[in-house]
Design a protein around this ligand. Structure first.
Ligand code: FES
Length: 376
């Protein structure tokens, strides 16, 4: 026997015949527990009792509210990516904090409600007990179960306390629904339903069509907004450039690496992209097609670009196709040309999605390239 006092242990038949109160008393005797204080906290139905009940229910209601707000925000808040210069960018930036705060309310409210219930509803008890080693025996388990059931009866949770049981049910149900919503959420809301104009397909390099029908192309600019000209780069050089529009240096999908290869470098160009370069200048997305790190470790002699995150390598002398590591797609090439003031502009937006592959990205044509200047 483990840790029992000298009290006599009843037989299994005697145990079955004992009432809940008798089992509670037996449990304390067997465990050598001295109950200094034990009993209901408040007179059932008294004003103090009702106040205690309301103070617990309010936490469960808060948890329910948090869970409901989470579900509403998850489904209806406009969570699609918005670039920094978009007037609705604040909505996109608030999406994750709103989910975090509402989830915190739901979980925190439920936890605080349980703590309040233990402190204000369950029977008040002050007990002194010696610790013992080893696993509990059958008699211990039965008497403990009786003590838990007794606490349920004395606290009124079994027969009364409709408010607490109701709000606890609401909070538990809300939390369970909250956990399920993200799993089925993708089937309810598709942020990329309007694929052609969706932010995953368009970057700040896209030209703007002005009200008079003219097309304004976007300049390649330094981080401070200074536009870039061919004479700003020496042969063999590399420069990070951004769209020369408001917010261009902050848009996550827009950084581009501009290269000026030496004139005698043998260059292969990707089929269909023969006109994307300007002389010896080539522009590629800086965002790695594996999982989106900025790739900018450039080895000039070999023309390789290394992504530091997982060591993917791209052959810049052959259309930036991946030649090592986990990336499977080439870095998208930005078509470039000069405007009438001699500054670089993007001839159009990228012709393929920037960054990591994703489900809606579609199938990619088989790789094909040929020496610059030849037909195919
Ligand atoms: S993100 Fe570039 S290799 Fe993984």
């Amino acid at each position: 026997m483990t840790g029992h006092s000298n009290a006599e242990v009843p037989s299994p038949e005697e145990l079955k015949a004992m009432s809940r109160e008798e089992l509670v008393a037996l449990g304390t005797r067997l465990d050598g527990v001295e109950l200094v204080e034990y009993g209901e906290r408040f007179e059932p139905g008294s004003p103090a009792d009702k106040r205690a009940e309301r103070s617990v229910a309010k936490w469960f209601l808060l948890a329910t509210l948090g869970a409901l707000l989470f579900i509403v925000a998850f489904i209806w808040w406009p969570q699609g990516y918005r670039p920094p210069n978009d007037p609705n960018q604040w909505k996109y930036s608030l999406y994750t904090p709103i989910l975090g705060v509402t989830m915190g309310l739901a979980i925190g409210g439920l936890g605080l409600g349980v703590v309040a219930m233990a402190k204000r509803i369950f029977p008040h008890e002050v007990a002194v007990q010696e610790r013992h080693r080893g696993m509990s025996e059958e008699v211990d388990r039965r008497t403990l179960a009786a003590e838990v059931a007794d606490a349920g009866h004395r606290s009124g949770l079994v027969k009364r306390r409709g408010m607490i049981k109701g709000t606890l049910f609401l909070a538990g149900g809300g939390l369970a629904t909250m956990a399920a919503v993200p799993i089925i959420g993708g089937m309810i809301s598709n942020p990329w339903a309007k694929a052609a104009g969706a932010p995953l397909w368009v970057t700040l390099w896209a030209p703007t069509v002005m009200p008079d029908g003219t097309v304004r192309k976007v300049r390649l600019a330094n981080v401070d907004g200074t536009p870039v000209r061919p004479q700003d780069m020496a042969a063999g050089g590399m420069m990070t450039v951004f769209p020369g529009v408001p917010g261009g240096a902050k848009a996550a999908d827009s950084p581009v690496l501009l290269f000026r290869f030496r004139a005698d470098t043998p260059i292969m160009v990707r089929t269909g992209q023969e006109n994307f370069s300007y002389g010896d200048f080539y522009a590629y997305s800086k965002i790695c097609t594996h999982v989106g790190c900025p790739a900018s470790l450039y080895e000039q002699q070999t023309g390789r670009l290394l992504c530091p995150c997982h060591q993917s390598q791209f052959d810049l002398h052959d259309g930036a196709r991946p030649v090592f590591g986990p990336a499977t797609r080439p870095l998208p090439q930005l078509p470039i040309e000069l405007d009438n003031e001699g500054f670089f502009v993007a001839g159009s937006d990228f012709h393929e999605a920037v960054g990591p592959g994703f489900w809606e990205n579609g199938k990619f044509p088989a790789w094909s390239s040929h020496p610059q200047g030849s037909q195919s």
